[in-house]
Design a protein around this ligand. Sequence first.
Ligand code: SAM
Length: 327
Amino acid sequence: MQDQFGRTIEYLRLSVTDRCNLRCLYCMPDEGIESIGHQRILSYEEMTRVAAAAVRLGVRKIRVTGGEPLVRRGLVDFIRALAELPGSPEIALTTNGLLLAEYADPLKEAGLARVNVSLDTLSEERFSRLTRRGGLQQVLDGLDAAMQAGLTPIKINMVPIQGVNDDEIGDFARLTLQRHCDIRFVEFMPVRSDLGYSAEQRVNEADILEALQQVAPLLPVRHNHLDGPARMYRYAGGKGQVGVITAVSRHFCGDCNRLRLTADGRLRPCLMSDDEINLLKVLRDGNPGDEELEKILLNAARSKPSGHQLGSGAAPLRHRTMKDIGG
Ligand code: SAM
């Protein structure tokens, strides 16, 4: 699948639910979230059909995300169905890790290759405040379980926010000295301003790198295809790596190889654009054949914009938060 700017689209991100067992301050309001009704969420069968079409068109990697994907019942069997698709795409999962201790082994057995765990603080008290729920120890147990199950390399994604957790960049980085895991610092993206977090609270790449250099000198690492958009480094003698995902200050749209499917069946050619294709309607009302489904995916790929405009102060997403899209 090629877009009109010559990019090859080979990565599908599937959000399986908008529900989450945490209420992270910058991602989700605490109260009054209207979850999408079950009827308006794609069934696993529908998602598998879309994924199969995408794989026939050249998608090689599928990431399952949410909301929190592990709160949707039947996820392990869904992962198995994806892993068994002809073409054997690589299946990865993004999770907050709360339920990982329970599911790491069955997920591995079902064919999951790797997990990314989102974790923004190593302090129990801060975790409770930031997630409005708590459960840091459960996440740490989940990380251990994922490691033992062989869901590696494990990547921890941390979003530093000024005045909230930016003082922990060094603590996270130090984990890579002892543990075989990679820590990726993700620049905060302006999504919906009604959540009370503004672009000014973003910690930019330069400041993240400065904090990382304070731990020890950073050694650059040659880019590996598993790194995705992250620029990776390591410390001498360290077991894991650290990296920065500069989604805003130095965007990587020129290398974007993704399509996204939301839990309510909207195909999004770009994370940061509200242009969507209503695939749920097509699937439910149109009874499309495989060829038609492929044509819709090809058109979505062709309609990818050349890049987002966030760095130039463009308005953030109006209709969606990350929990709708899955990051
Ligand atoms: N529940 C899963 C998890 O926690 O990884 C998957 C969904 S969650 C929405 C995916 C990622 O989006 C998390 O790592 C979260 O930190 C990130 N995220 C949410 N809002 C963000 C924002 N405004 N900027 C950058 N990352 C954001």
